[in-house]
Design a protein around this ligand. Structure first.
Ligand code: 5GP
Length: 193
């Protein structure tokens, strides 16, 4: 998605440790006009799918998922991070290791909000090592629902998450795939360039 690539180049900040900071338009301040274009693009890419629910994870995925849901006209469910949980049978739970915070979270979704008939589109802001996505897929499968597709705003193609998730046979589409980036000179190269 050209508009997104241009925005990443203009406002993205390459940090050490393979972190791309995009808090000017995606992760802290949010550019809703851009989000709107992103939502429209996800709808175009996944227009062949019959989706009943969008699933994301708090916090950064929520804004993108909500705008995207307006195009699919389905509810958004966000998985909640909890430091520790009592598994009381009311929730599906999984563990996710956070790439940016280097911490492991229990992540939960209430059983009320995903059911076996659901056809789920997973939406998230970033894909790095794929831990967050693997956890979300696990939650959907625990509910015996199906993962119809995954939409990612920015995939860091030089990390192994994309390959891992695609090798599971899940349809994964990323609007911008970064082939390489350099913290020293700030350069960002996209896969299709
Ligand atoms: P993964 O589980 O794929 O390793 O990491 C995915 C999650 O980590 C995303 O939901 C995102 O919140 C965060 N993340 C991973 N890499 C980056 C990055 O380079 N920049 C930012 N801002 N967040 C990232």
């Amino acid at each position: 998605m050209k508009l997104l690539q241009e925005r990443i180049v203009r406002d993205g900040n390459v940090k050490s440790g393979n972190v791309l900071k995009v808090d000017n338009f995606l992760n802290h301040q949010m550019d809703i006009e851009l989000f709107n274009e992103i939502g429209k693009e996800f709808k175009r890419i996944f227009s062949d799918l019959k989706i009943t629910k969008i699933l994301t994870i708090e916090a950064s995925g929520i804004g993108i998922a909500c705008i995207t849901a307006q195009y699919f006209k389905v509810p958004v469910v966000f998985a909640k991070k909890a430091q520790s949980i009592n598994i009381d049978g009311e929730v599906y739970s999984t563990k996710i290791e956070s790439f940016t915070h280097k911490k492991t979270y229990d992540v939960i979704v209430s059983k009320k909000f995903i059911s076996p008939e659901d056809k789920v589109l997973i939406i998230d802001d970033f894909l790095a090592n794929g831990c967050a996505l693997a956890g979300l897929i696990d939650l959907v499968r625990s509910a015996s629902a199906s993962v119809e597709g995954i939409g990612i705003v920015i995939e860091k193609g030089f990390q192994n998450g994309g390959e891992m998730i695609r090798s599971m046979g899940v349809r994964l589409e990323s609007l911008a795939i970064i082939e390489s980036m350099n913290a020293e000179n700030g350069s960002i190269i996209f896969r299709d360039e």
